[in-house]
Every structure is written in structure tokens, then in C-alpha cells.
Design a protein around this ligand. Structure first.
Ligand code: CA
Length: 416
């Protein structure tokens, strides 16, 4: 009877990047995702070396504690290997890679993790992020400076605080022992997935597509549908009732699946394929900021936090200036409107006498738009009934001169 594989690994270069700097390993007991970084042809080398070196730890372990120790040692060994490679190939200076690794031991997973690739557990319809990103923005979230939503679009979201590479001889690696249950679906991915596909969408795909391969393919397709500006790698591990080790042949995906080559000088960014992309997405995908590693120096962290604070202040100032300008525009418009009304005159009654008014007869709320400009000695009572009615209803004048002429006529009428 043919059995459906319970694990799957897919790695795609994406729609914008020139090369795939991600690597993945789908082994018997061990699963690895590595997302490399570094200028020219460095990231693919870094993730390749790390994935291949860590895959050597794919063996049965007697206990999860033993597996955690072995994974930790494997990551440290990979770190050393990266440093040696940079020593021999100085053009690779600055290369680094994230690593998330899971080793199955009975009903547990041993985890070792550094960087911003992610491990998720999908259990009973609920998706839980297991790993913590070692990013600058995650620091800001943890310290309460920004929300996770702000982190997702923060201009510095590509800055990693911890990776394997040629910088630190003993990088700080997160390790953990996790319980595993039949029916669980575990997902490992690079930020080419988690940075562009929402957790709601991931949950929906994981909850509806039964086979591991089908779900992994679909998740990668979701990233491609979002423009896939970055390389994207997904590993899926479905936990069934069997003891653990998958019978499938181990497989590498991404950079680690190709022979290692050095010194390529490719164009860093491939032109996106326009037509189908434009048809599906009006927005042209742009390559994300290159992920890069910043050593865990407090000075640099302080600098970034200070920069973030300045950005917040700039935002507040811009907002304040915007509000101020809008208020000034309203005041200006009001003043110009008032000025316009004050260029008009009419003749009416003030305290029983004929008077020239400046402004217009209307009022805005409690504000009258007219005032007495000049009173006359003509009592309204002296006027013939017809003129009296006209004056009481107010007589518009075309100008101040016209107003005076109206008064002169009324004066003559009063004297008759
Ligand atoms: Ca990436």
C-alpha cells in the first residue's frame, strides 16, 4: 500500500531575487530551515554550509535533552565552519544565516533556533508561533515601543540581532523541548513566507489542505501571489501515530540542494516578470531590504532605538504641522470671507434712525456679519410709509457712495 508522505519541503527563489539564499533539510529525524544573507553570493553559501553541516546531526537520539545538546553543538560547529570559509574566501565576509532546526525524539521535538526563520505549531485548528525572531523590531515590540503590527511594516524589520556567521564565535542560540501530538502539523519557514502571508491565511491553508505536500505547495503559492519579493521556503511535518522517524529519503531544498560554488557575481536583483505579475497584482513587487546582521552591541541597539525615537518625533511634528496648516487655512478662508462681506453696505434702521451698515445682512451663528457704519439724523418715523417699509426691510447698496445717495434720497423724502 502506498503511503502518503507526511512531510514536505518546498523552496522557491521568489519573483524578484536573482538567487535562492534559503536552504532546507527534510531528514528522517531532523528538519532544518536556513535563510542566508550577505552581499554577492554570500547568503546562499552561508545557508548551504549551515544546512549541510547541521544535517549531520540527523540521527536517532535517546532523549530530547541529548538531541538539544547535539543540535546546539551542530549550530556552533556550523558557525565555526562559516568563519573558516570566510577566512579562506574574504569576498564572503559578512555572510550569515538564520537557522531553525527541529529533531524528533518520540513525542517531543528538540529545537535550536537563531535568527528570524520561524517554527509554527498547528494544533486543533490553532496556529502558534513557537520561535522568537531575533530581530531589532522584535526587541522594540518586547520593550513595548511598537506593536507587532507596526513591526511588520517597520523600515528596519530586516535588521537581525543574532545569526550564525563570521562575527561571533559563540552566538546565543535558543533551545527548547516541545511536546508533539498525533494530529499536529508543524511548519518551518523563512521570512519569505511569514513576512508576506498572514497567519490567518496560513491557518486557513493548514486547516484545509490535507497532504503535507499540497499544503506546502499552496503556502509557497500564497507568497508568490503576494509578489514573493524574497526567497520562500516551507517545511511541513505532519505528526501521525507512528513512532517518529519518517521513512522518506532525506532531501535538501534551496541552495543546499545544489553544489556549492563560490565567487559568482550575479546581478543581485532580477527584473520581475512583468506581465503575469501586473495582471494579478497592480503593485509591482520590489525586492525587500537585504536582511543584514548587526552585532549585538548595545551601542548599535541604542542607536537604532534613538533613530526610531527621532522617527516618532518627526511623525508627530509632521502631524502637528499638518494640523496647524489646516487650521491656518480655515482661519484664512474665514478671514477672506469676512473681508468680502465687509466690502458691502446696506441701509437700514438703528435705534429708530436711518443708518448705513457695513457688511451683509446675514449672520453666522451668533456672529453678525454687519455693523453700523454711520447713523443719520433721519428718524424712520418721519419717512412716508412706503420708504419706511423699504428701510425696515433694508436696502442694498452697490457701494458706500451708493449708500450715501440712498440716504440723501430718504432725507429728501423725509423733508417733503
Ligand atoms: Ca529571507
Amino acid at each position: 500500500m502506498a503511503t502518503i508522505p507526511t512531510t514536505a519541503a518546498v523552496s522557491h527563489v521568489g519573483k524578484v531575487r536573482a538567487s535562492n539564499q534559503d536552504s532546507g533539510y527534510l531528514g528522517r529525524n531532523l528538519f532544518v530551515v536556513a535563510d542566508g544573507m550577505g552581499g554577492h553570493a554570500g547568503g546562499d553559501v552561508a545557508s548551504h554550509i549551515a544546512a549541510q553541516r547541521i544535517a549531520e546531526a540527523d540521527q536517532p537520539y535517546a532523549s530530547p535533552e541529548e538531541a538539544v545538546t547535539a543540535l546546539h553543538e551542530a549550530l556552533i560547529a556550523a558557525n565555526g565552519l562559516l568563519a573558516e570559509t570566510v577566512f579562506d574566501h574574504s569576498e564572503l565576509t559578512g555572510m550569515g544565516t538564520t537557522v531553525s532546526a527541529l529533531a524528533r525524539v518520540g513525542d517531543t521535538f528538540a529545537l535550536a533556533h537563531i535568527g528570524d526563520s520561524r517554527v509554527y505549531r498547528f494544533r486543533a485548528g490553532e496556529l502558534t508561533q513557537i520561535t522568537t525572531d531575533h530581530t531589532f523590531v522584535q526587541r522594540l515590540v518586547e520593550s513595548g515601543r511598537i506593536t507587532p503590527e507596526e513591526a511588520a511594516v517597520h523600515p528596519r524589520r530586516a535588521v537581525l540581532m543574532r545569526v550564525l556567521g563570521d562575527v561571533d564565535a559563540s552566538p546565543e542560540i535558543d533551545t527548547e523541548i516541545l511536546d508533539v501530538r498525533p494530529g499536529d502539523r508543524w511548519m518551518m519557514c523563512s521570512d519569505g513566507l511569514s513576512g508576506y502571508v498572514s497567519e490567518e491565511k496560513m491557518t486557513q491553508v493548514l486547516g484545509t489542505i490535507r497532504t503535507a505536500q499540497g499544503a506546502a505547495d499552496r503556502l509557497v503559492k500564497e507568497s508568490l501571489d503576494h509578489g514573493a519579493p524574497d526567497n520562500v521556503t516551507v517545511l511541513l511535518i505532519d505528526i501521525d501515530d507512528s513512532a517518529g522517524a519518517s521513512g522518506a529519503e532525506p532531501v535538501f531544498v534551496g541552495s543546499a540542494s545544489h553544489p556549492l560554488t563560490f565567487g559568482r557575481d550575479e546581478e543581485e536583483v532580477r527584473r520581475p516578470i512583468r506581465l503575469p505579475t501586473l495582471l494579478l497584482h497592480p503593485l509591482k513587487p520590489t525586492p525587500p531590504d537585504d536582511a543584514h546582521f548587526e552585532p549585538e552591541s548595545e551601542g548599535y541597539l541604542d542607536e537604532l532605538i534613538e533613530e526610531d525615537r527621532r522617527r516618532a518625533i518627526r511623525r508627530r511634528i509632521l502631524w502637528g504641522v499638518g494640523v496647524g496648516l489646516a487650521a491656518a487655512a480655515i482661519v484664512m478662508a474665514g478671514w477672506l470671507g469676512y473681508r468680502w462681506t465687509q466690502m458691502h453696505y446696506f441701509v437700514g434702521v438703528s435705534d429708530g434712525n436711518v443708518a448705513i451698515f457695513q457688511g451683509v445682512q446675514q449672520s453666522v451663528g451668533p456672529i453678525s456679519l454687519s455693523s453700523v457704519y454711520q447713523t443719520t439724523s433721519i428718524s424712520v418715523g418721519e419717512l412716508p410709509a412706503y420708504q419706511r417699509d423699504l428701510v425696515e426691510a433694508t436696502i442694498n447698496a452697490d457701494s458706500l457712495r451708493d449708500a450715501h445717495q440712498i440716504v440723501d434720497r430718504l432725507s429728501a423724502a423725509a423733508g417733503e
